[in-house]
Design a protein around this ligand. Sequence first.
Ligand code: BGC
Length: 382
Amino acid sequence: MKTSLRNVIVLAALAASIAGSATAGDKPECKMFGKTADGKEVMLFTLKNANGMTMEIMSYGCIVTKLTAPDRDGKFADVVLGYNTLEEYIKATPYFGAIVGRYGNRIAHGKFTLDGKEYTLFCNNSPGDIPCALHGGKVGFDKVVWDAEPVSKPGVQGVKMHYVSKDGEEGYPGNLDVTITHSLTDKNEYRLDYELKSDKATPANVTHHGYFNLKGEGNGDILGHELLIKADKTTPVDKGLIPTGALKPVKGTPFDFTTAHTIGERVNADDEQMKFGGGYDHNWVLNSQDGSLASAVEVFEPTTGRAMEVLTTEPGVQFYCGNFLDGSNVGKTGKPYKFRNGLCLETQHYPDSPNHPEFPSTIIQPGKTYKSTTIYRFSTRK
Ligand code: BGC
């Protein structure tokens, strides 16, 4: 049988409409989500892919408010924790779905020295009663309104978010120009492409702080999720959750996820590191350290069959299993998010690197653009 080009196009269009495809380069839908106290408009973008996935992201904090993924029977659930309204995000959030920065994770005592000068940051956190700057300080990247521009191409719906953090903001040097393109692809991926530039040397460690629950948000704890982390070492911490500087082999410890284990299996182990974090809240040193995009983590939820793979160009990942969730945040379907009801996989450089010259550098040098990519890829298994 001879197939003309016209027939191929008609068939492709038909197949796409059956699958509900909205990704032939279409722009994401965009609507007003609300206004901040100082009157800034916040936009909400709805991204869709050819396989029926939906992602919502807003210009306040680049917060992903919704991300749906199918289970092994094709049933969709929203797999990220969050709220329905901007007001709730402004009022109280443990960084649900947000971009954190300038510095994701902790800087000890809110201090670092760069090129002979000491800088002081706002300390907004104090594990073990030891103050530190966490996730950017008082008003981090999760609490500002980003410029947002829809960008799409065939097979990808995207939003480019842009923010310039002014010289001196939160105590950091240099005007830091940050562009993050967030995309939902027809390969069932949430993809983040980061580009950072500065006019003065400055530390930066920007990451996505989504809380995932592959059973669906609000459906209980994540302890039955199976996890595999492609890392032979972690950066152990002191009681202030600051890295000691050591790289500790995971072999023979509850931190060994080089083969898959459920999160619950060893989370309550009698282990000093686990006590400091109240569970898993540590940085794994990924085996891939050359800056290429490599698979870092695999997560599998056996009751639904949902799986998520995390790929990154970054050298580390903070695996945090929601130890500080205590039911006080009531989520978008009215259910309180309790202890360990969500898990974060924050691809990053190591915490407190500005005070650890032995760690890979987090300094953005003027005239150089720092680029980084992370992908959260969804699939299902039997
Ligand atoms: C940190 C936790 C912190 C949480 C804030 C995580 O990235 O590792 O220690 O409590 O963010 O919600």
